[in-house]
Design a protein around this ligand. Structure first.
Ligand SMILES: Cc1cc2nc3c(=O)[nH]c(=O)nc-3n(C[C@H](O)[C@H](O)[C@H](O)COP(=O)(O)OP(=O)(O)OC[C@H]3O[C@@H](n4cnc5c(N)ncnc54)[C@H](O)[C@@H]3O)c2cc1C
Length: 219
């Protein structure tokens, strides 16, 4: 194992929905995070060790300790999923890089964050630390799938629209996100994250509307 690995301890573990687990880890090693970045976890199953990227929901540092929060979607039969399910409070975890180019741009331009499901993770971190005009569109299928609503509401200065696409629930927007119906400043930066097919569709719509500053991550 090389010198880059960061040793951390799990200090909190909770289910956000039936299929999304949140892990909070703490480390006494130096860690620098740019909003939007991910950490490469070293995981283990009964066969061998392997690696998976997970984006950082939030980070907090005092003089000697850094806390990092992750939210992970549990899939059926996923290898990472099986390993993550076996991680409990008090366990040690190893992370390699804090890494990624999908980061909040250091500009004064207005920013729009668009996510569905677990794609929220890098974007909620960017939205929190973004100091310019900011708007957020979040979509899940049913109310049961909704998570981080309180986190969204607490982000200072954030305009947001939460969609529940398969149910009609008062207060929430119905159907999927349709960015073609909202006016945005032509200089707006768009940050989009989630499944390739969903991202491709959103990028296609934004490009059709002549927006040029589109940043995306697919996972
Ligand atoms: C930069 C980056 C950031 C990321 N951030 C996050 C994040 O914040 N949160 C998050 O949840 N994910 C994130 N991901 C995705 C994550 O790294 C994993 O790829 C994802 O969680 C699936 O990993 P897994 O090991 O559970 O599934 P894998 O074992 O890789 O399997 C992939 C898919 O195949 C299916 N599958 C596997 N075996 C079988 C089988 N035998 N039969 C049928 N289907 C099967 C699984 O259900 C799964 O959907 C990120 C990825 C990248 C690249």
């Amino acid at each position: 194992m090389d010198q880059w690995w960061i040793k951390a301890k799990v200090i909190n573990r909770q289910m956000l929905t039936d299929t999304i687990i949140e892990l909070t880890i703490e480390t006494y090693q130096e860690v620098k995070v740019v909003p939007g970045q991910s950490a490469l976890f070293l995981l283990e199953d009964d066969q061998w060790t392997f690696e998976r990227y997970y984006s950082i929901v939030d980070q907090d540092t005092d003089n000697e300790r850094t806390m990092l929060i992750f939210a992970i979607k549990l899939s059926t039969n996923g290898r990472g999923t099986t390993a993550i399910k076996n991680i409990h409070i008090g366990n040690e975890v190893m992370i390699k890089w804090i890494f990624g180019n999908f980061i909040l741009q250091d500009t004064q331009l207005p920013k729009v964050f668009i996510w569905t499901g677990i794609g929220i993770v890098p974007l909620i971190n960017m939205a929190k630390y973004c100091m310019t005009e900011k708007q957020l569109f979040f979509s899940v299928s049913t109310q049961q799938d909704l998570f981080y609503e309180e986190r969204i509401k607490k982000i200072h200065g954030l305009g947001y629209e939460i969609h529940i696409s398969q149910e009609s629930i008062p207060w929430y927007a119905p159907w999927r996100i349709d960015i073609t119906k909202t006016y945005f400043d032509p200089a707006t930066e768009f940050y989009v994250c989630w499944k390739p097919e969903i991202i491709d569709n959103i990028i296609e719509n934004l490009t059709f509307l002549w927006f040029k500053r589109i940043y995306s991550e697919k996972f």
